[in-house]
Design a protein around this ligand. Structure first.
Ligand code: RB5
Length: 148
């Protein structure tokens, strides 16, 4: 399993902690985020990870900014991305089982590293259930191709 990780300046420390945690689990980590502690623009990193997931360069993506909100919004603009912001494990698990999310986001200013680890574990251990949920995910993805 290969996971692409992206972050802005608000989440460098948490990115490093999360990357170390994933590596401990034997997961390959590709760093698309910033390592410079200077103010930067989170959309750049959300887009990079989103494109890496959709192209198959990585299997899944994890995004971290101050809240997880801005960076996930950016990733969700990449066609094929289903990014979710989670501050607790239940939604993370269900977002895989029901919504087949391929990008997980959270906020370094919202949760601590231990909660982040629990969220990651539930997300990675869950499997998409398909069936009626596939129909609904297909409906979500079809919105991308509808004219505005
Ligand atoms: C950066 O100050 C902050 O806006 C960013 O990390 C994130 O929280 C945006 O959604």
């Amino acid at each position: 399993m290969r996971i692409g990780i992206g972050n802005d300046h608000a989440a460098i420390e948490m990115k490093n902690d999360v990357a170390a945690y994933l590596k401990e689990k034997g997961i390959e980590v590709v760093n698309y985020g910033t390592d410079e502690p200077v103010s930067c623009n989170y959309p750049e990193y959300g887009e990079k990870v989103g494109r890496a997931v959709v192209s198959g360069e990585v299997d899944l993506g994890i995004l971290i900014c101050g809240t997880g909100v801005g960076i996930s919004l950016a990733a969700n603009k990449v066609k094929g991305v289903r990014a979710v912001v989670c501050s607790e494990p239940y939604s993370a698990k269900l977002s895989r089982q029901h919504n087949n999310t391929n990008v997980l986001a959270f906020g370094a200013r919202v949760i601590g590293i231990e909660m982040a680890k629990m969220i990651i574990d539930e997300w990675l251990n869950a499997e998409f259930m398909g069936g009626r949920h596939q129909t609904r995910v297909d409906m979500i993805m079809a919105i991308e191709d509808k004219p505005c």
